[in-house]
Write a protein that binds this ligand. Structure first.
Ligand SMILES: C[S@@+](CC[C@H](N)C(=O)[O-])C[C@H]1O[C@@H](n2cnc3c(N)ncnc32)[C@H](O)[C@@H]1O
Length: 120
């Protein structure tokens, strides 16, 4: 999901080149709205959004909280910029590192920006 429609259309064109089956799709829409109404279990949620209206990476927690009821036990939440996201990602990290919310959560440094991997 990409909220800026032009960017979503560009990403969709790229995805079509590597996945002509149409299984993978890019939606030009607000992730918070889509995940809060998603009809299927969300087995893997990956967040890399950078919110508008000043929220920046603070949008991660909004997306996660909207998705949370649909993430089954064993489901994964992945968040980019766990290392360099600064104060904006702190509340997200607090939430996923709380064992009442996720069974385990680990910061994996695959690139210099970091990836938080959390299992429910
Ligand atoms: C760091 S970029 C994502 C880059 C992308 N993952 C990539 O690898 O090309 C952050 C994007 O999040 C989008 N965004 C911000 N808030 C959003 C939301 N609520 N729903 C969907 N996309 C959002 C922004 O428009 C921006 O293009």
């Amino acid at each position: 999901m990409e909220v800026r429609e032009e960017e979503a259309a560009r990403a969709e064109r790229n995805v079509r080149r590597i996945d002509p089956t149409g299984v993978a799709r890019v939606l030009g829409t607000n992730a918070v709205e889509v995940v809060s109404e998603f009809a299927e279990p969300i087995n893997l949620l990956y967040v890399d959004a950078d919110g508008h209206s000043g929220s920046g990476k603070g949008i991660y927690l909004d997306i996660l909280e909207a998705a949370y009821p649909r993430i089954p036990q064993g489901g994964l939440a992945l968040a980019h910029n766990s290392l360099n996201g600064g104060p904006a990602v702190e509340q997200y990290l607090e939430f996923v590192r709380d064992e009442r919310n996720f069974r385990a959560s680990m910061n994996i440094i695959l690139d210099i920006e970091g990836l938080e991997v959390s299992v429910k």
